[in-house]
Write a protein that binds this ligand. Structure first.
Ligand SMILES: *Cc1c(COP(=O)(O)O)cnc(C)c1O
Length: 396
């Protein structure tokens, strides 16, 4: 059993697992999204390290693919994009009082405003930076997360109109976010659409003329052309995953998964029937069999509740996490006839078209969403970028 096989090609030297990112897939996904939205622009959402795909390389690929904008949650994420020399329009939408908004304004980052305190701080930041701040006013149309609602919206747009007349701010956008975009027929979708229209009428009456109205995330971008407006904000779809798995997988929407997570077996051994496996012995072999050890665990982002259910491909054969997922490792029952050895390649998830388990399969097995699977892949896993321009393993 110890006839050594060469390690799988894409693992960086010395690494026991990695996240492969196909930048060409990101480019092509954005191209497909652009095609679907006609005249609207595409803001590729690259928050959370581009959903785990690597902020700067993913942002560049999205722009190459035709995104006109980038979107992030945090100001620091926006500053990292700027520090990489990326000059595309860029919106950041989540911060707390005392945030360094002046740095954002100086870096030409558009900021979202949901409340009067934020408007006050942005006006101050504009004064400090000595320039007009570009802002997007957020209206709460029903998600009850960020954004101003009811009377507060009227107050906010009036105050913003004052800010515009003093040239402290320029209201570039009015925007909102859906509750149930992933269920296109849900009644909240129509209700929010109507409230968004109302909110824009209120803004217009206050004298605001935002050029960018936006409310569509990936699901709304793919399923609801009536809400594309001037700009759509897809995140998940940029990375080739379906936001509406119950309606169709990536291929149904012309998308291709950009992330592939691979490893190699760290140990292979034969055990008898009745052997309990890993902490708590929650898996017990029902026959003599061969166990393989995968050197990835919950510290790498493998959900602990993938215990006994997470799907893998070991040397091209389907298998499943067998026993508890540990901090750094988990075991797979490879079956009695497995004839491989340590070093055999393991794919956790990747491309459905290539017959690999997918992030969506992991999400279904772990009762979560594919968003969580890709974004939780940990900092310990090196990102290996591939590209048609820089083939196989050309990192950056
Ligand atoms: C994350 C996020 C998006 C992107 O959502 P997807 O479902 O990944 O397309 C868009 N808008 C806001 C406000 C977000 O927080």
């Amino acid at each position: 059993m110890d006839t050594s096989t060469p390690p799988p090609s894409r693992l960086p030297a010395g690494a026991s697992a990695c996240v492969e990112v196909d930048l060409d897939a990101i480019r092509s996904n954005v191209g497909e999204l652009r095609r679907r939205v006609g005249n609207a622009e595409v803001m590729a959402v690259v928050k959370a390290d581009a959903y785990g795909h690597g902020l700067v390389p993913a942002a560049k690929a999205a722009l190459d693919g035709g995104a006109g904008w980038l979107g992030v949650a945090q100001l620091d994420e926006a500053l990292q994009v700027r520090a990489a020399g990326i000059e595309a329009p860029l919106l950041a939408w989540l911060y707390v009082p005392g945030a360094d908004l002046a740095a954002a304004v100086r870096a030409d980052v558009d900021v979202s405003i949901s409340a009067l305190w934020a408007l006050d701080e942005v006006r101050q930041a504009a004064a400090e930076a000595g320039r007009t701040a570009r802002v997007h006013l957020k209206v709460d149309t029903g998600l009850a997360r960020n954004g101003a609602r009811g009377e507060d919206w009227q107050v906010l747009v009036d105050a913003a109109a004052d800010g515009e007349s003093e040239e402290a701010i320029d209201v570039v956008g009015v925007w909102s976010h859906f509750v149930y975009a992933d269920e296109p027929k849900h009644p909240t979708v129509r209700a929010q659409h109507e409230r968004f229209e109302d909110a824009m009428r209120v803004a217009e009456r206050a004298g605001l003329r935002p050029t960018h109205r936006h409310i569509a995330n990936s699901a709304a971008t793919l399923t609801n052309p009536a809400v594309h407006y001037d700009l759509v904000r897809p995140g998940l779809a940029v990375y080739g995953l379906s936001p509406v798995p119950q309606l169709g997988g990536p291929a149904a929407y012309g998308l291709r998964e950009a992330m592939r997570v691979t490893s190699a077996l760290a140990n292979v051994k034969r055990v008898p029937a009745g052997q309990g496996v890993s902490y708590g012995h929650v898996y017990v072999t029902d026959r003599e069999t061969v166990l393989g050890l995968v050197p990835m665990g919950y510290a790498d982002g493998i959900p602990r509740n993938a215990t006994n259910v997470g799907p893998v491909l070991v040397d091209g054969r389907p298998g499943r996490v067998s026993g508890r997922v540990c901090m750094d490792q988990f075991v797979v029952d490879l079956g009695p006839t497995y004839a491989g050895a340590a070093g055999d390649p393991v794919v956790l998830f990747g491309s459905e078209a290539a017959g690999e388990p997918t992030a969506q399969d992991w999400a279904s097995a772990c009762e979560t969403i594919s968003y969580e699977i890709v974004t939780r892949m940990g900092a310990r896993l090196p990102r290996v970028f591939s590209d048609t321009d820089t083939p196989a393993g050309g990192g950056q």
